[in-house]
Design a protein. Structure first.
Length: 181
């Protein structure tokens, strides 16, 4: 029962993050929306057990879209806050892809049959859960300390821009909790 609640919370947080992303910026980059939607679709498929696409392929799609979303990250036309948000989205996507593989079960992310090649799945799970906790803390820090341009000073935009990293951090942390439970 706890895993059902954690799954529902993670899906809800990801959906909230997408809504905040779409509503908070006057011109949202298509790569950011594609990444967010890919994560939501992958999570929905894996969490609901639909098995429309193998988790390893979902992970590949998420990782590819994460790389595409960081294209032009050093673009001088973007503010530091926008570049930071895009980098955090990509990091969250990498963690989410790894968590999807861990949740998919034996063989998806490597199991003890491959332990002779290096890290066991238990050590990998611990590392990913730890990284997820650090990511969630960084998301809170980002939401609290991010600078807002004057144009974003209106209350709804202010709340939406701060809610997006919080929602992503919550989603990653809830998915990590599912991997542990």
């Amino acid at each position: 029962m706890a895993d059902v609640l954690l799954h529902a919370g993670a899906l809800g947080a990801t959906a909230l993050s997408i809504c905040c992303l779409a509503a908070s910026r006057p011109r949202v980059r298509m790569q950011e929306l594609v990444l967010a939607v890919a994560m939501l679709l992958a999570m929905t498929d894996v969490v609901l057990g639909l098995s429309l696409v193998a988790p390893v392929w979902w992970a590949a799609v998420i990782l590819a879209t994460a790389m595409l979303s960081t294209a032009g990250l050093r673009d001088r036309g973007s503010s530091r806050a926008v570049r930071s948000a895009r980098a955090m989205d990509a990091l969250g996507a990498i963690l989410m892809a790894t968590l999807l593989l861990l949740m998919a079960g034996p063989g998806a992310a490597g199991d003890d049959a491959h332990a002779g090649h290096g890290v066991s799945s238990t050590a990998l799970a611990c590392a990913v859960v730890g990284a997820s906790a650090v990511f969630a803390a960084a998301s809170v820090h980002m939401a609290v300390t991010m600078r807002m341009p004057r144009a974003a000073a209106s209350f709804p935009v202010y709340v939406l821009r701060r809610a997006a990293p919080l929602a992503m951090g919550a989603s990653v942390l809830l998915m990590a909790a599912v991997a542990v439970v």
